[in-house]
Structures are given as C-alpha cells and as structure tokens.
Design a protein around this ligand. Structure first.
Ligand SMILES: *[C@@H]1O[C@H](CO)[C@@H](O)[C@H](O)[C@H]1NC(C)=O
Ligand SMILES: *[C@@H]1O[C@H](CO)[C@@H](O)[C@H](O)[C@H]1NC(C)=O
Length: 157
C-alpha cells in the first residue's frame, strides 16, 4: 500500500516520468520511433527467427481518456508509448519483455511453457530473517541502476 501510494505520488508530481528499455534510450531509436531490440538468443529483433515475437506498429486503445489524464495533449504518457515509439516488439505465446526475451509471469523454461507457481506471502507472517531479506532486496532495488531500464526525467521535447 505504501509503495502504491508512493508510486501514485510520483506520477502526480512528475507527469512526464516513464520507464524505457535502456537499449532504446538513444537518439537513433527516438528519431526512428522504433524499439525492437535483438534477443540475445538469436540476434534478431524481438527474437523473430526463433518465433518469439515480431516488430510491429503499436496498437492504441480507442477508449476515451480517463480522469488520470488531466493534461490532455501535454502529458507524454498519453497513448503510451506513442510519443516516443510507434514500433515495438509484440511477443507470441508466453514470451514477454521489450525484446521478447523473458517469460510471462508464472511461466519459465526455454519456451516459457513450464508453469511456475509463485505465492504471494503476507508480510506480517514472514520470519525476521525473511523480512530482513525482503528489505535488503528493496534497498538493492533502490540503490542499483537497472541494466535493462532507464527512467526519463524530462519531456520528449
Ligand atoms: C512512426 O514514426 C516515424 C518517425 O517519426 C514516422 O516516420 C512514421 O511515419 C511513423 N509511423 C506511423 C505508422 O505512425
Ligand atoms: C522449444 O521449442 C523448440 C522449437 O519449437 C523445440 O525444438 C525445443 O525442443 C523446445 N524446448 C523445450 C525445452 O521444450
């Protein structure tokens, strides 16, 4: 709840903040408006040769804007991510991620077909050492730059 509230606060305070794949955060990608990075496994964009996904034009929802966009036409997050990219990876089956290199949540294995059970635990029922471990991971997340993502701190302009 606290994290959610923090997230909400950040969104309200910085309407232009967004998360981007690090490999697409460069002038060339932004000018071409394309973010279809190669998957390491076969070197083709979106792992296309391995049938993981393809580079496609993004599809935008036709639904009317909700009240979360009080600054219509100003907020770069409107129709995300079309201000920045109009072609991204569309992944097949259970593949996921900016280059289709990951599995959807709850799946694992070479082809992302193996079910993996994840259990959400109640934080109040963790042991002290489990709680310490959890907090240590939160601190790590706050202090180590992600190798995969960057955060924009300004507008597109
Ligand atoms: C995508 O963006 C590029 C670069 O601005 C532009 O040339 C192209 O026409 C756009 N394509 C679509 C389908 O909007
Ligand atoms: C993954 O898929 C490929 C291609 O369909 C297949 O050759 C391979 O055996 C599969 N691997 C596993 C572990 O299922």
């Amino acid at each position: 709840m606290f994290l959610f509230a923090m997230g909400l606060l950040l969104v309200i305070l910085q309407p232009s903040t967004g998360r981007f794949p690090r490999v697409c955060a460069n002038t060339q990608s932004l000018l071409r408006k394309e973010c279809c990075p190669p998957w390491d496994g076969d070197g083709t964009p979106c792992g296309e040769r391995s049938n993981r996904g393809t580079c496609q034009r993004i599809l935008l929802s036709q639904a009317p804007l909700g009240p979360q966009f009080p600054f219509s036409g100003v907020d770069d997050k409107e129709d995300w991510p079309s201000v920045f990219y109009n072609r991204t990876c569309r992944c097949r089956g259970n593949f996921m991620g900016f280059n289709c290199g990951e599995c959807k949540f709850g799946f694992s294995g070479q082809n992302c077909t193996e079910r993996r059970l994840r259990t959400r635990r109640n934080i109040f029922q963790l042991t002290i050492s489990e709680k310490d471990k959890f907090l240590a991971y939160l601190n790590l997340a706050k202090n180590i730059p992600s190798k995969d993502y960057v955060i924009a701190t300004g507008t597109y302009a």
